[in-house]
Design a protein around this ligand. Sequence first.
Ligand code: SF4
Length: 452
Amino acid sequence: MINSVDFTNKDQSYKTVFFETFGCQMNKLDAELSLGLLQEEGYKIVDKVDEADVILFNTCSVRQHAEDKVYSHLGALKTLKKRHPEVIVGVLGCMAQKDGEAIFKRMPHVDLVCGTRMFSRLPEMLLKIRNHGSHVLAIDEDQIVNVKRAVTYRPNFYQAFVTVMRGCDNYCSYCIVPYVRGREISRTIADVKEEVQSLVSNGCKEVTLLGQNINSYGKGLGGNVTLGDLLSELNDVEGLDRIRFVTSHPADISHDLIRTISHLEKVCEYLHMPAQSGSDEVLKRMRRGYTAGYYRDLISYTRELISHITVASDFIVGFPGETEEDFQKTVRLMEDIRFQNCFIFKYSPRTGTKAAELKDDVPDEIKRERNIKLLGLQKRISLEENTKMIGKEVDVLVEGASKSDPNRFSGRTRQNHIVVFNGSQELVGKLVDVVVHEVTDLTLFGKLTSCI
Ligand code: SF4
């Protein structure tokens, strides 16, 4: 644990940091917050390890592959660290929380292991290592993270992610998140609103609220505060055009919330709500707390109230005991709901979770086959749904030059479609109307009609 040390004597000699992030959007935002803090301390961000005084990996534990990659990156730094022992090497985030001290044993050249709820103290930890030459292990679980954000540091000027809660109390049987991110803790509406207002004063037009289980927002705050209350407050923020929120859990999202968002004009018509499987047997073993029928009814209810909403999902194939019949139920769910897009993962056990106690009995080859089948099906559905958009006018928040064609511009609709169109630099950050004339499964292509 981090000890009490006098950090007032600021050291100006460590000034460059290399920072690599793995994993989910929450991790990317933690990276943004950490880099904001470090920049305020005078650090310059560099993109090469050999130019850095401090090398930090912000890690993910959701899949073994992500952890292996970090250990391999750390291993590759042994020689550099031998030549330059003054360089600080640190591991942050989920893997740091999960493996703790074991990281020092496996990689003795690592100086810092900083868990998921301690990164707001990053500058002082680096100073402690520098001044005292000691390893720092900081994995307290009950530290509440309410990071004062440097609003001027964010990758996209017009869009920002905002953490509204951390942790998860659901304990789905396959998921490591509750063990590495801890129990659910929500920020107050006042805190979140203040952050959003300062982002908007700094030019931001769209915010995406983040929470591992965002429909539980408000639990523990007292007074029955809900996500609907937060969204209603933010809907009144002047100058803000759009609000999104992820990730929704089918068992926790309420009809009340759906009714509320159907009346809030700034909340975008897009729901990321992972179904994970179409088989009730598998859902039960996953401890998801709903059935496929419940999921279908929820989507019907949502579409009744918000007809043009798009829905995205995650699926896991090859979960322990998943039969061909179970898999076909997932295929049917996908065909019936017609998701806008889906993230599809092959199951791999994570030590410490309940599912890791089950026999991982679906052969890898079958997992791969099912993964390919679902990806193909989703590609077909996405293309068919996008084709229906041809000839329609869509409103787009312009994000910048298109990655595939720098002569064109790209942005997103409220329903989260990516749109590429003719445009100009001065449209970036503005809402424009575009008529769609061509599509792929991933992108709509169109022509600008007006700027709002
Ligand atoms: S809801 Fe389930 S899958 Fe999502 S973070 Fe919590 S435990 Fe993991």
